[in-house]
Design a binder for this molecule. Sequence first.
Ligand SMILES: NC(=O)c1ccc[n+]([C@@H]2O[C@H](COP(=O)([O-])OP(=O)(O)OC[C@H]3O[C@@H](n4cnc5c(N)ncnc54)[C@H](OP(=O)(O)O)[C@@H]3O)[C@@H](O)[C@H]2O)c1
Length: 330
Amino acid sequence: MTKFKAFHVEKENDSVSHSIIERSLDDLPAGDVVIRVKYSSVNYKDALSAKGLPGVTRQYPHTPGIDAAGVVIESNQTAFSEGDEVIVIGFDLGMNTPGGYGEFIRVPASWVTPLPDGMLLRESMVIGTAGFTAALCIEKLEQMGASPDDGPVIVSGATGGVGSVAVALLAQSGYEVVASSGKSDKESYLKSIGAANIIDRQVLADENPRPMLAANYAQGVDTVGGTTLSNIVKSLQYGGSVSICGLVASANFKTTVLPFILRGVNILGIDSVELPIASKNKIWDRLANDWRISSLDTMAIEVGLDGISAAVESIFDGQVAGRTLVVHDA
Ligand SMILES: NC(=O)c1ccc[n+]([C@@H]2O[C@H](COP(=O)([O-])OP(=O)(O)OC[C@H]3O[C@@H](n4cnc5c(N)ncnc54)[C@H](OP(=O)(O)O)[C@@H]3O)[C@@H](O)[C@H]2O)c1
């Protein structure tokens, strides 16, 4: 029987502990496709699950990892065969289904994306849910007619996983990117991935009683929520849009109707989790082709299963810049 290693989170009342345990395929839930996971990554949501915080994982013990890329070992569906390289992100993976921090997963075929031609498994997980979500944010701005000629695009939480990929993708698509960041020591990193200008995170975080502000930005990608989002909405140019995907500062934000009825601005909601697989596959194809990101290598650090706990702490300390790749040595 195949035995494998998995990062294991136990929760007793408010106390959470991490360990690396041995599991077998029989411990995995029923499903169509068994995948030997080569790479996963550490996202904000993984950090919530690993810390036992509410909103992601209901039942512990648990193996997090909302991202996985690897090789099919078994499939009861003709769409996948042994040896196929595949990606799984979102749906219930790593939430209440054992995730990519185990060396094997078993999932429904409807969650599985064939690795697109031209993309390596490792690259897919440097992108991961965070980068995929950045791509969704930009696709939705494009659907609203965004163009590099319109003017600067603001990205909040710019050194984070979503933020970094958003900065890089926008910049290589020709947009002038203004990166909002709390990390003054990461200016050269942000410039290296394409930011034209950097503003201190506090500029957008301070509450401003005015219903509208100078129209500094043609578009926005917001990962932060709260006052930052309120201020971005107030600062959009006529007809501009902001894609919103995150809540690292707050799930709430205040606004009046004025930016909407006087400047015709738009708020675009982004969800990477339940996005149907056909739409997911199209985004992965773009990321392998016209959206191939040239600066991926500069964005990632690597950890093994024994490095996940520290990576989770770094997320909550706000210390992460770019993406953290989890590499299985199986
Ligand atoms: N909707 C979806 O489908 C979806 C998918 C993926 C992620 N998300 C959400 O998107 C958000 C970002 O995810 P991520 O993986 O990019 O997280 P991350 O890597 O931890 O990055 C978050 C970044 O936000 C900034 N930040 C941290 N604390 C902050 C605070 N209190 N106020 C303002 N900014 C703060 C930091 O960047 P700076 O230091 O540069 O400011 C940090 O690096 C999370 O809320 C996550 O749940 C949603």
